[in-house]
Design a protein around this ligand. Sequence first.
Ligand SMILES: Cc1ncc(C[n+]2csc(CCOP(=O)(O)OP(=O)(O)O)c2C)c(N)n1
Ligand SMILES: [Mg+2]
Length: 552
Amino acid sequence: MNGAQALMKTLADAGIEVCFSNPGTSEMHFVAALDSEPRMRAVLALFEGVATGAADGYARMAGKPAATLLHLGCGLGNGLANLHNARKGKVPVVNIVGDHATHHVPFDAQLQSDIETVARNVSPGFVRTSKTTATLCADAVAAIQAARGLPGQVATLILPADVSWGEGGTPCPPPPAPAPPPADDASVAAIASAIRSGGKAALLLGSNALREPALLAAARIAAQCGVKLFCEVFPTRLERGAGLPAVERIAYLAELATLQLTGIEHLVLVDAKPPVSFFAYPGKASELVPDGCRVHVLATPAQDAGASLDRLAAALGATQATPALQPVARPSRPRGRLSAAKVCKAVGHLLPERAIVIDEAITSGLLLGAMTAGAPRHDLLTLTGGAIGQGLPNAVGAAIACPDRPVIALVGDGSAMYTLQALWTMARERLDVTTIIFNNASYSVLNVELERVGADAAPGPKARSQLDLHGPVLDFCRLAQGMGVHAARADSAESFCKALEYALARPGPHLIEAVVPEALGGTKRRMLPWLLRSLPRLPLPLARTLKHKIAP
Ligand SMILES: Cc1ncc(C[n+]2csc(CCOP(=O)(O)OP(=O)(O)O)c2C)c(N)n1
Ligand SMILES: [Mg+2]
């Protein structure tokens, strides 16, 4: 066996069955070895950001990593933003980057660059350049172990061409499955007594605490002790919908998050960080934990969140408590001129069983959570690292991980254009993905941010033009059709519902271009900064009612 063939077998033996690739000459032996391993599926992406985002979406849904195959430092650089999203989401990825043959490096050929430096940003825990064919598979096992340990991470294995083509590759057995410990007795007892002390308490659930068993344990604690359940602002994978416990997501806007957290005296972190503002604003605090609130850590990202919650439930005598579950409730079928809110309503009205919903709708998705709260249970994947261009690639990966489940990706027009090539992979692999693009011809959220940061009282035409997508207005139907994806445009709620029903009833990829006005346009946009500023001065119940109107 050459190195690449042994590597392929090592990956497959460890349960890595999909490789999202965008190869070049230095990866040709790896590409050739794909045919030596029937267990490995190879999925071509036409941009590295699609490959890395697909690996992220795949792992979120499969619960195990995929491999990527990227071409040297430049290919890795192109894929970096979605590896960043994976890193922030604690998602495992075995990130394989081809390199020049070791003897070629000193010549500083055209594509020579410092791959390790590029990789370190998204792979702080594991970057390794494999030095010999004989040790390649041991390096791969170390990468797999690093990737799928707790917390999950992006592990980068750099594969020089001669290590790949060299003879004498020896496959290695898979690493042991991770066995993360639960919270220790002392932490559980301390947190139980804080909750019993009577002060207002909340659990902030992140990552692995957002899956059904952990949610049920948290909901039992809530039912028994009256604690509030919060979910981190951008969950990696949240199981939600009818029949599951509902959790309140921390709002993106710091002013609204502050309102949610006001009055909390004990905040218990379960695989989550203390909440901070997404960005800094002049004169505003970065930390969102209220003054005087004590922060407790039940489970770090390296601990078993579900088992830790079970232990806390036991300590609080909540094991037999009846958790509150979200009742079935769907919004009615929307009518009239299309808006972002009506698209969300239609999705809530028609959401099929066991859907995977991917939310990169930015401002157009403000009502998505509320409109789908009582829809059939589904998984929600969000923009964990804030680097846009994640939605369409995530949909590719999720559909490959769960071929029997419908995937619905809701994406802003601006965000879609970063990694639009994902549509081609959806068509080629015949993935069951319905993509909804909100064409509001704007980087709308940045218009809101421009008002909020108070950069200038009246932004000029050059500033405005950097946030505007008119001239030419993008034609997503034709873009999709050009990549082999069936597409329809809707500008009324009726035509949108029809298009969504059509797409959901037929397998394979579909795209619906929803032509909508900006959800936060005109007066709403001008009022928002003023409203956000006045919230702290309003009586709490009124402020909370307003918060619910802006971001339910
Ligand atoms: C990689 C990356 N580049 C740029 C940004 C800055 N950014 C945040 S949102 C946004 C525009 C989003 O536009 P769109 O998807 O159309 O959503 P809308 O704001 O219109 O709702 C941009 C450019 C980012 N977050 N990530
Ligand atoms: Mg937009």
